[in-house]
Design a protein. Structure first.
Length: 479
């Protein structure tokens, strides 16, 4: 039995270490902060327990003593307990206190590092912690000391330290810190920068001199004092910089889409609100092998084919609804004979009406809830359609649902992208109405109809139902 004091880093899942990801995948229980990216909880296995113990200034949900007692309790009952903390647990994360509490209770623990704000948060905004000729030293310091003890002595030492001083949890005391530093001999024109939400897509930077520290610095922020704040470094920003986007698609598409959009500057939230249920009793192997045409309408259906039958028994030609399904077919060694020009039910119906001949046997291997347009097109052409309902998509709960609500209360949601009409319904069932000002993006006309019906809003409908179509829609929204 081991408790892993694990750093979640200061940004999204793309900055999580490989070891942290591995430990999360084995977790029996996760005790997490309020400031982590909620998608990280999806890395835990099914059946894992989650405990939110977030602490924000003025909004403590758990005392440190309560957290330590919880870790000791869980550590004595479960094999793998992950204490998931924003940033690094041993850099102003009180990880040392938690390790001591575990040791006193004779509970084994291990440390898993995370990217801390002084490195990742500042660096992502073009502020290096050190710089040859400008900052040969770097000092990490907290602006929030134990028991609110007198700070003057600390800042007298910081005034003499030189180099870069990175201040954690100092936003609310920024002007007082500046005054104490100047009274201790620090120069008034010392370059300073404050980075809010460092490491996230929504990260912002403010530059100022020590004499003019703004009164309205927001938490969470990391403040850099020193010449590194005036280097003028400007990292490239992606076209979706700062957008807050929910991606409502089945897993793993929700996850991969979210992470790809984060590479373009957004903060994204993977919302896989439907999960696949195999309907093996509908897998008519003989019908598949005897068909003249086998029609696949999703990557999930393609992935199930090797479970349904020996692929060598497929004798007919294979039709794919679009590029995603074609890629899934190639992954199992099948090159589709035809792909619809438009990856929609309408596009597939049009393709089948041209391809099939009277009397052809056309087997659909697809979601139980699918459009009837392609099926009707086959019938109209005089062919014989067979609809094998290979799987269904059922409602799926999110791990740590409250973590998403807590996150969005702080950040808001600019947009939610829906992959299907069923997913629109699933989102409403779990979260209710869309937040005020949130723009829905629809993955096709049927999805758009569901958005209008359920949310009573006009969606932004993607011109092309693909990842690139989503990016184009979000770029328009950003502009």
């Amino acid at each position: 039995m081991t408790v892993f004091l694990t750093g979640a880093g200061c940004g999204g899942p793309r900055w999580l270490t490989a070891e942290a990801k591995e430990i999360l995948s084995q977790a029996d229980q996760v005790v997490h902060d309020d400031l982590i990216h909620p998608d990280l909880l999806q890395m835990a296995p099914e059946g894992c327990g989650f405990h939110m113990v977030g602490k924000r200034k003025g909004l403590h949900s758990s005392s440190q003593e309560d957290i330590e007692a919880l870790l000791v309790d869980l550590g004595g009952k479960f094999e793998v307990v992950v204490r998931l903390k924003g940033g690094d647990p041993f850099v102003f994360g009180r990880g040392g206190e938690e390790a001591l509490a575990l040791q006193r209770a004779q509970i084994p623990w291990r440390y898993v590092p995370g990217i801390t704000a002084a490195i990742g948060g500042l660096g992502s905004q073009g502020i290096p912690l050190t710089h040859r000729g400008s900052a040969e030293t770097a000092t990490l310091v907290t602006g929030h000391r134990k028991d609110d003890r007198d700070d003057r002595e600390l800042w007298e030492r910081m005034a003499q330290a030189g180099g870069t001083r990175a201040i954690y949890m100092g936003a609310s005391k920024g002007r007082s810190i500046a005054r104490w530093l100047m009274e201790s001999g620090e120069r008034e024109d010392l370059p300073c920068s404050s980075v809010h939400w460092g490491g996230w897509g929504r990260s912002t930077r403010r530059d100022f001199g020590l004499k003019s520290v703004p009164e309205d610095l927001s938490s969470p922020s990391i403040i850099a004092l020193g010449d590194v704040a005036s280097l003028g470094l400007k990292p490239e920003e992606g076209p979706l910089k700062g957008l807050q986007v929910g991606i409502v698609r089945p897993y793993p598409e929700s996850w991969t889409t979210a992470r790809e959009l984060e590479a373009l500057g957004a903060d994204c939230y993977s919302l896989p609100l439907l999960k696949l249920k195999r309907l093996e009793h509908n897998w008519d192997r003989d019908a598949i092998s005897r068909s003249d045409w086998l029609v696949l309408t999703s990557p999930r259906g393609a992935a199930l084919l090797p479970e349904a039958l020996d692929l060598r028994r497929i004798g007919g030609k294979v039709v794919s609804i679009g590029p995603g399904t074609s890629r899934a077919l190639r992954r199992i060694g099948i090159e589709p004979d035809h792909e619809a020009a438009s990856p929609t039910s309408e596009g597939l119906a049009e393709a089948l009406s041209r391809l099939v001949r009277p009397g052809d046997r056309v087997c659909f291997f697809r979601n139980a809830r699918s459009s009837q347009l392609p099926f009707q097109a086959v019938s109209t052409a005089g062919a014989i359609p067979l609809d094998l309902k290979a799987y269904s998509m059922e409602a799926s709960r999110l791990p740590g649902e409250d973590a998403y609500r807590s996150c969005w209360e702080r950040t808001g949601l600019d947009s939610v992208a829906f992959g299907s009409a069923a997913l629109v319904e699933a989102y409403f069932d779990l979260f209710g109405p869309l937040p005020e000002g949130t723009i829905p993006v629809a993955w096709g006309i049927h999805c758009a109809e569901a958005v209008r019906d359920i949310f009573k809003r006009e969606p932004l409908t993607m011109e092309e139902p693909s990842y690139q179509g989503l990016v184009s829609s979000l770029v328009k929204l950003k502009r």
